[in-house]
Design a protein around this ligand. Structure first.
Ligand code: 4AD
Ligand code: MG
Length: 439
């Protein structure tokens, strides 16, 4: 039988083909040689499989070609799937034939070798680094989270309503806007959040979400900041702060469960302590900003009432807690213009942050929005925001205004927490940061 007759399969499906003759289309991950046997480890994007080529069982040129193969050369390999309890994935392939598609030349070898490379080197080779096991695992977990987010909202009565990326106005403060030259003399900005449009959309659809890339010209060089990140933002008409908190908590619990259910392999590759994730359960502890400040003072933080929490404060706050903590009612002064003030204490805003445990920091920010036209107009003036760019937003308060709220969850922050990785740069295929715009 010629090799062209074997069925092409994905390594991830090998279990369904034990005893069958199959072809795998992939790349050489590693090659071990031991006299008359070579053990190529092949990856095909879906998984990895050790293959076994015995000199006596394959044609001479096939054996020689295999023996001389270099890391990341592309090849198709045909053989019989055999259950092997000791093998990664539980199966091996007894090689019969090999077709080398492109052999990576020795003179110009694959740059990422099993030895340690510095992070800058790896980031410069991000387009190749994605082939490595840990990066591959992190991006698969990201995919699971993204799919989990969509499934969650789609099955809870939310309509996906996409919001624009070129926007005429700021949502989260003017200091972190990327300005873009549009046509003629017009300037537009890359969106910081789809929230303002979401609010209008919620009045049309009741419950909506938008999900896409957002941009912040933040000059902070921390492990938690990207200049381009993905955010999912639900928005609900007739929702108050309590409802916003309930949905945020329910979403987080459902996503953690989903990652645990579907991504065990990847969590293992990442050496994630999954007991920490298994412990995540509703209800999450709730705390007012006032109490959070007291807790932080007690732990030696410099924070004073009225100040915003830094990374260290967030880490201190969740220290000793297995669960994310929901902190609400921040000082109105430090919050964006659109937050509804507490009716009994207007100096605090009906906003909530969800702070992940293990030092992963704020994963969600949201709250209740101002629904009163006059108050919103006053806030726009106080924040020196150009009225004409917000006229359409004020219309939401002119025509059937209702209390409403929602939140934004940063996908990379959430994925970093799931993966247990230090830095957000490993949770997005091509990170954009203060000093990194390529590849
Ligand atoms: O707290 P933020 O700024 O809230 C908003 O943008 C609201 N308009 C959302 C809403 O209510 N619809 O951002 C929300 C989340 C943060 O909690 C964090 O997870 C993530 O977005 N985030 C970032 N992630 C990576 N890099 C950055 N520079 C981020 N800034 C915010
Ligand atoms: Mg925030």
């Amino acid at each position: 039988m010629s090799s062209s007759e074997a069925r092409v399969i994905k390594i991830a499906d090998a279990h369904a083909h034990a005893g069958e003759r199959v072809t795998i289309q992939g790349w050489l991950y590693n090659l071990r040689k031991s006299g008359k046997i070579v053990f190529p480890v092949v990856r095909d994007g879906s998984g990895m499989m050790q293959c076994v080529a015995v000199k006596a069982n394959v044609a001479e040129p096939v054996f020689e070609a295999l023996k001389a193969l270099t890391q990341e050369s592309s090849l198709t390999i045909t053989g019989t799937v055999r259950a092997e309890a000791r093998a990664q994935g539980g199966f091996e392939l007894d090689v019969e034939d090999v077709h080398v598609v492109q052999r990576v030349p020795e003179e110009h070898p694959y740059p990422i070798t099993p030895k340690d490379h510095g992070v800058d080197f790896l980031m410069d080779h991000r387009h190749l680094w994605l082939r490595s096991r840990r990066q591959h695992a992190a991006i698969r977990i990201r995919h699971e989270v993204v799919k989990g987010i969509r499934d969650y909202f789609d099955s809870h009565g939310f309509t996906l309503v996409d919001t624009p990326i070129f926007t005429p106005a700021a949502c989260e403060g003017t200091s972190t806007l990327f300005e873009v030259d549009y046509f003629e003399d017009e300037k537009v900005y890359l969106t910081q959040s789809g929230q303002l449009y979401n609010e209008a959309n919620a009045m049309a659809f009741g419950k909506v979400y938008c999900f896409g890339p957002t941009f912040r010209a933040e000059k902070s060089k921390t492990r938690r900041h990207l200049t381009e990140f993905w955010m999912v933002e639900p928005e609900m008409a007739y929702a108050d702060l309590e409802e916003v908190k309930r949905v945020a908590e329910d979403l987080v619990v459902s996503l953690v469960a989903r990652v645990l259910e579907n991504r065990q392999e990847e969590l293992k590759v990442l050496e994630r302590d999954i007991r920490k994730l298994e412990a995540i359960k509703a209800p999450f502890p709730r705390m007012s900003y006032d109490d959070a400040v007291k807790v932080l003072e007690g732990k030696g933080s410099e924070i004073k009432w009225g100040g915003d929490f830094g990374n260290t404060d967030e880490t201190l706050l969740t220290e000793g807690s297995d669960q994310p903590i929901m902190v609400d009612r921040y000082p109105t002064e430090i919050k964006a213009f659109y937050f509804q003030p507490d009716e009994h204490r207007p100096e605090v805003a009906l906003g909530v942050d969800v702070i992940a445990p293990e030092g992963y920091g704020e994963i969600i920010g949201g709250g209740q929005r101002i629904h009163d036209l006059a108050l919103l107009e006053k806030r726009l003036d106080e924040h020196k925001l150009p009225r004409e760019a917000f006229e359409w937003y004020l219309d939401v308060r002119r025509f059937g205004s209702v209390p409403h709220g929602g939140f934004g969850m940063g996908v990379e922050r959430f994925v970093a927490w799931m993966c247990g990785v230090e830095h957000l740069r490993e949770t997005i295929p091509y990170p954009r940061m203060l000093y990194r715009t390529r590849p």
